[in-house]
Design a protein around this ligand. Structure first.
Ligand code: IPD
Length: 289
């Protein structure tokens, strides 16, 4: 049956605002927050309560759709299929949330045939709402005001090379093994001077929320975002918003132009009349060699 994407989008916006109110009422504590895999992988009662509210509201309206949420994900058993699927992170940026650093959001994605089709990201602290429906453009609404089309610069500048870029990248919570070595290498090579064998980018930012990183690339505030190790719920909503703003998402695995939603490694590049492909290839060179 034909899906009414606008209706699903409107429900996601309403749910995002309710989630935002729950998040802003909460008083998380650094010391009492729970951990999952390790001491840097935080979860709070609010993450769990928000996911419960979100899944209850979405599944009562669309009982035949699938639901994947960060807090109810079961490794090995929860699988993304081609069915219409809500992909939800109740609080992306939980570490920021417990430290009251103002970069956290609710991230509500919707995929059909594993393609990001609707994205809603809401940062309740700044009252910034990012939305997109596939084929219909991406938008930002600040403080309940006017809906502004993304990217924010209607004529984005060409991309030249990494040395002129502001780049978002994240450490994530996995601080061991080859993945940690890769992250260390990427951070060092991007930052280093040319004499030291680096790309000497304008600067690196660790915003602490993959969804808000993608939103920042969609607006044009960051040129690139890279992460190896985040999850479908961190990127599903931002991916649709990024694409609709003219940006591209490829894989963090060099050579892979068609990444999977649950591929765990992602590279996002902002809208630009020229240079997107060249930036991707230069970045893959940094990861690969
Ligand atoms: C995390 C954030 C962080 C990223 C991690 C994610 P969470 O999500 O997006 O920026 O580096 O990989 O897991 O745990 O705050 O929902």
């Amino acid at each position: 049956a034909d899906l009414n994407l606008q209706e699903i989008h409107d429900l996601l916006v309403s749910v995002a605002h309710e989630a935002g109110r729950m998040i802003m009422r909460a008083t998380p504590s650094q010391l009492s927050s729970g951990t999952k895999k390790n001491s840097a992988d935080l979860v709070t009662e609010t993450d769990q309560a928000v996911e419960k509210m979100v899944s209850t509201r979405l599944m009562s309206s669309y009982p035949n759709f699938s639901f994947i949420g960060e807090e109810t994900y079961v490794p090995g058993s929860t699988k993304l299929t081609s069915a219409p699927t809500f992909i939800v992170d109740p609080i992306d940026g939980t570490t920021n949330f417990v430290h009251a650093f103002p970069a956290f959001c609710v991230s509500l994605g919707f995929a059909v045939d594993k393609i990001p089709t609707i994205g809603v990201i809401y940062n309740p602290f700044l009252d910034e709402l990012y939305t997109a429906i596939k084929g219909k453009g991406a938008f930002l609404t600040r403080n309940g005001g006017e809906k502004v089309k993304l990217p924010l610069k209607s004529e984005p500048e060409p991309l030249k090379d990494l040395s002129t870029c502001l780049i978002g990248a994240e450490w994530g919570s996995d601080r061991t093994g080859v993945n940690f070595e890769l992250k260390t290498k990427v951070f060092a090579k991007l930052a280093a001077s040319k004499e030291n064998g680096g790309a000497m980018v304008h600067s690196l930012r660790c915003m602490g929320s993959a969804a808000l990183n993608l939103a920042a690339v969609a607006t044009g505030q960051q040129d690139v975002f890279w992460e190896g190790g985040c999850w479908a719920w961190d990127v599903a909503a931002g991916w649709c918003i990024l694409n609709e703003a003219g940006g591209i998402m490829v894989s963090g695995n060099p050579g892979d132009w068609k990444p999977e939603i649950d591929g765990r490694k992602y590279l996002a590049v902002r809208a630009a009349p020229t240079g997107q492909k060249e930036i991707v290839e230069e970045f893959w060179g940094v990861i690969g060699d």
